[in-house]
Design a protein around this ligand. Structure first.
Ligand SMILES: Cc1ncc(C[n+]2csc(CCOP(=O)(O)OP(=O)(O)O)c2C)c(N)n1
Ligand code: SF4
Ligand SMILES: [Mg+2]
Length: 495
């Protein structure tokens, strides 16, 4: 069958490029001899011939083709550098009937966006990618790309790319063809007419796969950037057909289009009940009625809590237990953890808000009502955040000297780590502190009804947080009780 490249403007383009600012509305912005213009034409022609204009979304990248949405008469999204594959995934998952086109340069796809791209390929997302490999960063003036050839001089490899310094050029098609999910992977060239006709077929095949929902297709197009590679038209084609094609061989690397069944993903269903079931522990006991309200005065307003210490001290889980307590008594709660890259040994803190009304922001960085501190560096860092009437509770096993606080603020301390160690499990220091906290609440802040409720509430919260693991719940209940008793004695002795 003979193929012809049409010489007229394709109907896949707008008649005039009204989105393009300035007086030029008929021409594209590409340099003469640039591969982008040729490929645009092949894609536009296919979109028009397949009659898919009204359901095609063209994703413009960052690179010389950033303004592709000026030209294509279909839907368009311009994405941040390298993020094409994530946006394509969102688009196609949200609307599986759409035809999504990812269009990416070698910098966009093989450098900044490579992880996004390869993960989408590996998931077999139902869209096609046209990868313009011109072995250079065209838009920014000719820096080395991951595909730049060995010996190639660029503005960032002025002595020529060396495999010892910069490694070998990435062969993207070969990598993608090694994955299970992609259905079709081919490399073509935008050089001679013969090659462009082959490229045209590849573009159509990839789009047909998208129409048939066959999964992920990749067409890599060796392309010219005569401006940055400093070639005239003839030299550019020679370079593509000889230098580029010998490192990046043309051909089909994978084609399972004929044998693949359409890839239909189940529709995403959001069922709040099912999510709750999967994410949260089963409800403990009967709980309280939906209109139950704790009646102590402190609950009249928002309570802002911060817990801080080293990673591994149970800082975050103590926060979760307190959050679970709030949840079980019909408060709105937020729990915002923050920790260093290494969980164990690094610093960790969490901000908690307990509020009967809507929580505006989960951040606690000032006016903290309750500060629970488990190590010295955290004390120095967070004490300034305590509100004028705030309560500080700290682990005096790790902090030797009683910190100075302002009039109106109160301080409580307990050797929580020593108590937990003596008990035989240092990990329980956080529930010793929880016991101390409930003692302070009972003695200083809660009315009789809320006080009487608290031990049962802690048991329920522990059961929720430890997913009903009875042994761990019981162990923590024991240390909780020890902490509570010791703090109650201390408070009574101070009276
Ligand atoms: C986050 C971010 N980093 C860097 C840039 C600068 N930048 C713009 S285009 C580009 C490279 C484009 O090269 P390529 O993807 O090969 O496209 P070409 O212009 O060659 O078609 C870079 C690094 C940017 N715009 N955004
Ligand atoms: S700089 Fe290169 S890639 Fe960019 S438009 Fe010009 S020829 Fe094309
Ligand atoms: Mg490029």
């Amino acid at each position: 069958m003979s193929e012809k490249v049409k010489l007229t403007r394709s109907k896949g383009f707008f008649d005039t490029f009204e989105r393009r600012p300035g007086p030029i509305k008929k021409n594209m912005s590409y340099c003469p001899g640039c591969g982008h213009g040729v490929l645009h034409k092949l894609i536009a022609e296919a979109i028009s011939d397949f009659g898919i204009k009204d359901r095609t979304v063209f994703i413009s990248p960052v690179g010389c083709s950033v303004f592709a949405y000026y030209y294509f008469d279909c839907f368009g999204v311009q994405v941040p550098h390298g993020r094409s594959a994530s946006v394509a995934t969102g688009l196609i998952r949200a609307n599986p009937e759409s035809i999504v086109i990812g269009y990416q340069g070698d910098g966009d796809l093989a450098a900044i966006g490579f992880n996004n791209f390869i993960q989408a390929a590996n998931r077999g997302e139902n869209y096609c990618v046209f990868f313009v490999n011109n072995v250079i960063y065209g838009m920014t003036g000719g820096q080395m790309a991951p595909t730049s050839l060995i010996g190639q001089k660029t503005t960032t490899s002025p002595y020529g790319r060396s495999e010892l310094n910069e490694g070998y050029p990435l062969r993207v098609c070969e990598m993608v063809a090694g994955l299970e999910a992609p259905v079709y992977v081919e490399r073509v060239a935008l050089s001679t007419t013969k090659n462009i006709i082959k490229a045209r077929q590849a573009v159509r095949k990839a789009l047909q796969n998208s129409i048939d929902k066959k999964g992920f297709s990749l067409v890599e197009l060796l392309s010219g950037c005569p401006v940055n590679l400093k070639f005239d038209a003839g030299q550019m084609n020679d370079f593509i057909d000889n230098e580029m094609s010998s490192y990046f061989p043309l051909g089909v690397f994978k084609d399972e289009s004929a044998k693949r069944a359409p890839k239909i993903r189940p529709e995403p269903i959001f069922d709040a009940e099912k999510v709750r079931e999967a994410m949260y522990a089963p409800k403990i006991g009967e709980g309280v009625a939906a209109d139950y309200r704790c009646t102590s005065e402190i609950f009249e307003r928002e309570l802002r809590i911060k817990i801080a210490g080293f990673g591994g001290q149970g800082v975050l889980s103590l926060g979760l237990i307190i959050a679970a307590m709030g949840k079980q008594r019909n408060f709105n709660v937020s729990w915002l953890p923050s920790y260093g890259p290494e969980m164990r040994g690094g610093t960790a803190n969490c901000a908690l808000i307990v509020n009967r009304n809507t929580i505006g922001s989960p951040i606690v960085d000032s006016n903290c009502d309750l500060l629970i501190i488990l190590n010295k560096p955290s004390l120095e860092k967070y004490l300034p955040e305590l509100s004028p009437n705030g309560v500080l509770l700290y682990d005096s096993s790790t902090i030797e000297n009683m910190p100075k606080v302002a009039d109106g603020q109160s301080v409580f301390e307990l050797k929580a780590s020593d108590i937990a160690e003596e008990f035989g499990n240092l990990k329980c220091a956080n529930t010793v502190i929880l016991g101390a906290l409930t003692a302070i609440l009972k003695e200083k802040f809660l009315n009789k009804v809320d006080s009487a409720d608290i031990d049962g509430l802690v048991a329920d919260a522990l059961t929720e947080c430890f997913r009903g693991k009875t042994k761990i719940v019981n162990l923590n209940m024991e240390t909780y009780k020890i902490g509570q008793n010791q703090m109650t004695e201390q408070i009574k002795a101070d009276k």
